[in-house]
Design a protein around this ligand. Structure first.
Ligand SMILES: *[C@@H]1O[C@H](CO)[C@@H](O)[C@H](O)[C@H]1NC(C)=O
Ligand SMILES: *[C@@H]1O[C@H](CO)[C@@H](O)[C@H](O)[C@H]1NC(C)=O
Ligand SMILES: *[C@@H]1O[C@H](CO)[C@@H](O)[C@H](O)[C@H]1NC(C)=O
Ligand SMILES: *[C@@H]1O[C@H](CO)[C@@H](O)[C@H](O)[C@H]1NC(C)=O
Length: 469
């Protein structure tokens, strides 16, 4: 099924003569490679920055607590500001704290943006956005923070010289005490712009000639923070959010939605949420994914899993419900000979694929004993008719011959395309590799490991699970 998704892009001109088609294809591939090479650093950083960071936040959030516990985002708080950093990590601000990524504890904002405190004791941030207009190198990739009547510009986490400045000086026509701000590059907006929000007033600031257009976004609630994420625009209000069209501010579809369902990883905060809708559309990275021999896909995230049947029907439930012994948060899963091999920390759990999923006798076993490699595996997959488990751990991939006794991890080689992989699975059409919100398809394990250029990027939520927004 994944293959179908990857192949959905039709090749043009199949009726052409073979030579012409080949030429056209070669040109396409060359262009694609070039484009990818150019944007490569960006994706690379995005992917690894995001995951590394989340691990960090997840594992060591406490260390930054400075004694005082920060706010708990799973309690349904209203964020003051939100911005996606140049590494692609969304930051959410609340009071003098900051949440990095989609899960993990709050940190003090001044630990990441020290100078915010020097000039102005940081009680809170009103608004933030990232200037993201590539042909404007003096301002590209700056993160701007708005506090009362001041604006701070950070480049690579350092305050730029001359800042803070008055908002009226840098963004003439934009009021003080803002509620929210978000960048809007062309062609998502007609001109490279920044959209500012204050009460129900909306200001489009043209970054080229600094003109301001005031607009009224009729259907949108007053935003307390706004975020551009994967070319979509989100207005947060309370603990809800609405996706809006940045050109006209219209909200289409059934909004507002609960922010904790899509932008946070909260195990449980209420019974009224629709698991299928949340899991198919969540922007939080997957922990593990596999497809069984019958073509059913199982995707694991936090305490839940999403199952996509061969007939495209989706089902979501808690991991606890179907895989009781495993409870939650798996590291890697692969399917082999009618069983799901699920790895969590230092243990392997093997379940029968059919319902109900029963744990095989003798499991869980230590990963080291079962697969001949130490735990904390990032991803694992087996390709059809091969008896080799490909195990991804950090930057490296290993092969484990499953028919051998004892099993040993061998053939270690580095993965050049990704710093960190969240999950991977193999089907008849090849390997799919999951990083952050995206997946990439490779015709074979060899092409994935030896690859030098990223193939087309697919969105997990839309293209794999059919989320419509
Ligand atoms: C950061 O902020 C906290 C509380 O707002 C304060 O106690 C601490 O001294 C600040 N740290 C720095 C390095 O400014
Ligand atoms: C939005 O802001 C306007 C003031 O511009 C205010 O009258 C209105 O009550 C606010 N709406 C909400 C839902 O807070
Ligand atoms: C700024 O640019 C916009 C869009 O190109 C244009 O409509 C507007 O007239 C310009 N304003 C000034 C003052 O040049
Ligand atoms: C799809 O397949 C699943 C599992 O076999 C079944 O429970 C479900 O009813 C099917 N849905 C449709 C619409 O056929």
């Amino acid at each position: 099924m994944l293959v179908a998704a990857a192949d959905r892009v039709p090749l043009p001109g199949l009726s052409w003569s073979r030579g012409l088609l080949t030429m056209k294809l070669l040109t396409r591939i060359l262009c694609l490679c070039l484009a990818l090479a150019l944007s490569w650093a960006d994706h690379h950083e995005h992917a690894s920055g995001s995951s590394n960071h989340e691990d960090h936040a997840h594992g060591h959030g406490h260390a930054h607590g400075h004694g005082a516990e920060g706010p708990d985002r799973c309690k349904g708080i209203e964020m003051d500001a939100a911005v996606v950093t140049e590494e692609g990590v969304p930051y959410f601000f609340k009071g003098d704290h900051l949440f990095k990524g989609f899960h993990g504890k709050a940190e003090l904002s001044n630990a990441s943006f020290a100078e915010l405190d020097d000039h102005h004791h940081l009680g809170h941030v009103d608004a933030a956005f990232r200037m993201h207009f590539e042909d404007n190198p003096n301002e590209h990739d700056r993160i701007f923070f708005f506090l009362d009547n001041k604006v701070f510009s950070f480049y690579k986490h350092k305050l730029e010289e001359g800042y803070p400045k008055d908002i009226s000086q840098v963004f003439p026509g934009i009021p003080d005490h803002l509620d929210a701000a978000v960048e809007c590059p062309k062609p998502e907006c007609d001109e490279d712009s920044v959209i500012f929000f204050k009460k129900h007033e909306i200001y489009h600031f043209n970054v080229r000639n600094k003109t301001v257009y005031e607009k009224e976004f009729k259907t949108m609630p007053n935003c307390t923070s706004a975020l551009r994420f994967m070319e979509h625009y989100y207005c947060f209000h309370g603990h809800k959010f609405s996706k809006f069209d940045p050109k006209d501010g219209e909200v289409h579809g059934s909004y507002p939605k609960e922010a904790r369902d899509y932008f946070m990883r909260c195990s449980k905060f209420g019974d009224d949420s629709d698991h299928v809708e949340r899991e198919r559309c969540s922007r939080v990275h997957l922990d593990a994914i596999t497809s069984d021999d019958a073509g059913n896909i199982y995707a694991f995230r936090g305490h839940h899993f999403l199952q996509k049947f061969e007939n495209d029907t989706l089902r979501a439930d808690t991991i606890e419900q179907d895989f009781k012994e495993l409870h939650s948060e798996v590291d890697a899963v692969f399917s082999y000979e009618g069983h799901l091999h699920m790895i969590k920390d230092h243990e392997v759990f093997v379940y029968k694929t059919g319902e109900p999923h029963t744990l095989l006798e003798g499991y869980p076993k230590p990963v080291k004993e079962d697969l001949g490699i130490d735990g904390h595996i990032d991803a694992a997959f087996v390709c059809q008719d091969h008896h080799i488990a490909h195990i991804i751990k950090g930057h490296d991939i290993y092969d484990v011959e499953l028919k051998a006794t004892p099993r040993v991890a061998s053939n270690k080689r580095p993965i050049s395309l990704f710093k960190k992989v969240d999950a991977a699975m193999c089907g008849p059409g090849g390997v799919s590799v999951f990083v952050g919100n995206h997946y990439y398809h490779f015709a074979s394990t060899m092409l994935f490991v030896a690859g030098r250029a990223l193939p087309e990027q697919h969105r997990i939520s839309q293209e794999l699970f059919g989320c419509d927004h």
